[in-house]
Structure formats: structure tokens, C-alpha cells
Design a protein around this ligand. Sequence first.
Ligand SMILES: Nc1ncnc2c1ncn2[C@@H]1O[C@H](COP(=O)(O)OP(=O)(O)OP(=O)(O)O)[C@@H](O)[C@H]1O
Length: 506
Amino acid sequence: MKLELRGITKKFGDFTANDAIDLVVEPGTIHALLGENGAGKSTLMNVLFGLYDADAGEILMDDKAVTFVGPGDAMAAGIGMVHQHFMLVPVFSVAENVMLGHEQVKGPVKLLDVDAARTKVRELSDRFGFDIDPDALVEDLSVGAQQRVEIIKALSRDAEVLILDEPTAVLTPQETDELLEIVRQLRNSGTAVVLITHKLREVKAVADTITVIRRGKVVGTAEPSASQEELASLMVGRDVSMTVDKGSADPGEPVLRIENVTVVNEASGVTHVDDVSLEVRAGEILAIAGVQGNGQTELAEAVLGLLPTADGQIILDGNVLSGRSIRQNLDAGIGFVPEDRTEDGVVAAFTVENNLILDLYDREPYSRRGAIDPRFVRTHAEEQVEKFDVRTTSTQALTGSLSGGNQQKVVLARELARDLKVLIASQPTRGLDVGSIEFVHKRIIEERDKGVAVIIVSSELDEVYALADRIAVMYHGKVVDIVAPDTDRDTLGLMMAGAHGKEEAA
Ligand SMILES: Nc1ncnc2c1ncn2[C@@H]1O[C@H](COP(=O)(O)OP(=O)(O)OP(=O)(O)O)[C@@H](O)[C@H]1O
């Protein structure tokens, strides 16, 4: 099915998020939609999926104008969307999840019993090589498999246009390759795929057509043969350096010591971190590389005090941290960028300016004589928004209304505004555009050069290589080895997949 958007305009108050956007997606093609954070990509897709009402413009399918009042209409017309946050019910099986929602669809297919859904899942799984068991519980599936269930859900409703919103942000390198292969197969079977991503390497690998939007407007199209640098500068409107200059580290004394730390999930009894010892010195960046779910997140949370340690101790500047509150740890100079910004990073219902002072509101100069100084808070927010290039209509906008990448910049701006001894940043640039990644990497290196001990938890090898002075690889809760950043990609990848130590991986 051919999809055409003509002159789509969507405003939020005075702010124009989409400004007369034209886009044609041909059947059997992969159309990448590129744009910096806040460019308006998600807004445009939400208009297309019937979640937002456009202020102007029209949607045509096979040259016929259509109107979608809600996602049900869009699905009935053959549009499927896989969001960044999956919309699956964890305690239901795959087949039950696929069945859900069929009752809303007006189209020809209806899966109103589990048997029919099971058969459909098998059929689609076999056809596209999804490798999904219809009876598996969603909560037992890996992130990559859950995403395939979302795609099956869309295909089970006969989607002919499939929108994938940053589908690889949460995937491992191997899962990413698998997904891209699936996307190619969908294209070959005639599906029109709209792919929203910040990862230029992926765009170049699979896209047939590339449209770039900036500040709500289409600024151009590009060929997949364009270089990453060309795509990046078209996206952000300036030259972007894809690798940040980093001088060699000049590490000082150890600031943070993690000694034989074990973290056990109290409810399930599962050991997430298993007898880990690490040392981070002032003025160095230790990257913890690993496939998501190997204990890195829990280790980072244990250092801040968000999770209790079952064994071992964490020592900051000679002081044992256990038994102290999170607040005390923040006050002691720990900066923390959590992995899940929407859950743990920002309060969506607070304004940007209030999110920027979450850890600071009760101290001078943010508060005076026990009361928040609103003028100072605003000035501070305006400075930070400018410095971190947070695209928001105002500092008083609700943080939940910001695009994903811009919410991440708010978290980083808040954490880096304090005087830190240790910075722990989990997936610090997930969802950020290339220009913002360059900026954030520079800021992290600046912290290092100021003498902060930095821990970066990342599953992106590009990021690990861009920042690390040393790399600790975690697998199944243990540190497999600590290696130098000149270790090659394949060796590191194998270690992340469980090879013990550099020699074995080599
Ligand atoms: N519900 C809303 N209310 C107010 N403003 C909004 C709303 N949704 C989006 N915006 C604004 O519209 C702009 C475009 O946001 P959108 O989410 O479409 O960007 P994006 O291109 O998807 O960005 P990212 O790459 O960061 O996900 C942003 O500046 C955002 O603040």
C-alpha cells in the first residue's frame, strides 16, 4: 500500500511540531525518517497513527484520502506501529497478547480465540523467521523477542505499512542485526516500512529512501549511499564530529571502590551482581560494557544505594556507603544518570525547571530561608536549557511533553550541574541524536578531566570506545575481565557474550 502525507501541520499551543510535512512511502520500501531530537518525528507518526489530530494536511492511502479518529481506524486501514515502549501484557502469553486488541480492529482479520491467534503467530513466525513460541509468556522473553511479538501483533492485523519508532535503541548488536534482517524481509514481501532511528549505520544498511526533518520541516532527502557525516549534518544543520577528541587520562587516586559486591533480588532470589570488585580513580572513565541484563544496571543502582548489597562494600573517598540514604550519597558527590529516564530520571508531571532542581531545591541559592527562590530556579533552568540545547517550548513546560531525547538532556543537565566526585551514567546517550551525542560525550570527558571518577554503563560499543579509558566487561553478574580500549570489537563482543577473559575470546 502506498502511503502519502500531504502538508501535515501539528501545533501544540503556539509551537509548531510539524510544519506542512510531505512524505511518500512506497510499498515494498524501507523509508527512514531522520531528525534531531525534538524534530517532530514521533509527532508525525502519532498523527499518522490516529493518536493526534493534525491541524492541517491530509493522509492518503493508495491515493485515497483517509481520516483516522484513533489508532483503531489506522490499524483497520492497514497501519501498524511498534512504539519504543512495548505495549504488551507481561503475564499473558504471546498468543494472548496478539489476540488482544483485535476486537477493536474493523478490518477483515479477527482473532477472537487463542487457537486462531496461536496459529497466526506460528504462521508469521515461520514465514519471517521470528522464532517465537505462541505459548511463551511475554515476561520470559528477551527484549528483542518482545519486539518481534509487537511486529507479529501488527502483522496479524494485516498491517501493510509498519512504523518502527527507534526499534534498535534497546537491542543488543546481534538482536539489531536480526531485526534489520526481518525488516528487509518485510520489505521484500511488499510491506512499506517507516523506520525512525538515530543510528546512521542502520539507516545506511537498510533504507531505500531517507527523509530528514529538522524543527518540524522536511529539510531534504538523501540517498543511502550518503556518508554518515553527510546525513548527520543534514539532520542537525551543522557539521558533526562522529568521534570526539579525547586526550589521554591522567588518573589520580581511587575515589570509588567496589569490593566483592553481590546484589540479590530479594523477591526472586536471583543474583544479579556476583562478587564484583572494581576501582575507579579520579580522572578516569571506566566503561562497563555488557549486553543489557547482565547485572550492570543493578551494580550502578547499588552504588547509589537504590538497591541493597547482599555482600561486600562500596567505599567512596574512604567512607563505606552502606547504610546511608540515597540523599546522603548524592550529597557526597555521586551523580547518577539512570538507564530508564521516564521511570527514574524525570518526573514527567513536573516542569522542566523543577526537574532541573530535583536534587538541589532545598539548598542555596535555589532556596533561601527555607523557601524556593522561583526567579533563581528559572534563571538556572534557562541557562541549562540553553547550554544543553534542550528543545522545549519553555522552561515551564511539563517534562513529559518533551521528546525522548530532550528528556534525557534534562537528566544530564541536572546531574552535571552539581559538584561531583563520581559520575555513574547508564546508557547516557540512548535516544539522542548524533549532535547531542557529540555534546554529551564532550561533557563527560570534561568531567573526567576535572578529576571526576566516571563510570559509564553502555551496551553500545561505539560509546564504549568513544569514552573508555578502561573497559570492564560484565557477563552473568560477574566482571569477566578489565581490558584496555584498544581491544578490538570482535574480542569485546565475544567477551560480552560470555567468553571468559581476553585470551579465551581471542
Ligand atoms: N503532547 C505534547 N505537548 C506539547 N509539546 C509536545 C507534545 N508532544 C511533542 N511536543 C513537542 O514537539 C516537539 C517534537 O517532539 P517529537 O517527540 O515529535 O520529537 P522527535 O523528533 O520524535 O524527537 P526524539 O528524537 O527526541 O524522540 C518537541 O519539541 C516536543 O517538546
